[in-house]
Design a protein around this ligand. Structure first.
Ligand code: ZN
Length: 147
């Protein structure tokens, strides 16, 4: 999914939970904030590696023990992984979900294109329209006042 959609989804999640909006959004930004620079620097070949691994969630277990900030960041991070997995499955590349177990397993059908090029590839795919639903839901929630 597109980076800003992860942030929007985290904001939506904040509206339906008692978790911190800021830390949900920070957590949702995490996987891309970690993996994109690593791939662009040539550390890893693919844009889904350590940050997109479900094993990265283990970091949040001890952090969550210190309070709701860690829980919110971990839930935000997990939401990113879940939405990226939905995205690759909806777009017909389920083998890419194996990157959730990086470094134990790797994607069998990686895209391996940089973020800017990804946007051009992605617009108009089935997952792109699914993202539009996330944005419509966010706008609807934001237009609805809490009482
Ligand atoms: Zn991602």
């Amino acid at each position: 999914m597109l980076f800003f959609t992860h942030l929007a989804a985290a904001a939506l999640l904040a509206r339906t939970s008692r978790l911190s909006t800021v830390w949900l959004v920070v957590g949702a930004a995490g996987p891309d904030a970690v993996d994109k620079p690593l791939a662009m620097a040539g550390v890893f070949e693919l844009y889904h590696s350590v940050g997109h691994s479900a094993l990265s969630l283990l970091v949040f277990v001890p952090v969550a023990l210190y309070g709701r900030v860690g829980v919110a960041a971990g839930v935000g991070w997990a939401s990113h992984l879940l939405l990226d997995t939905v995205h690759v499955v909806v777009n017909g590349r389920p083998g890419h979900a194996f990157s959730l177990l990086w470094p134990l397993l790797e994607s069998t059908d990686p895209l391996a294109i940089p973020p800017g090029e990804f946007v051009r590839y992605y617009v108009g795919t089935p997952s792109f329209y699914l993202e539009a639903v996330v944005w419509i839901a966010l706008i609807a929630v934001l237009l609805t006042r809490r009482r």
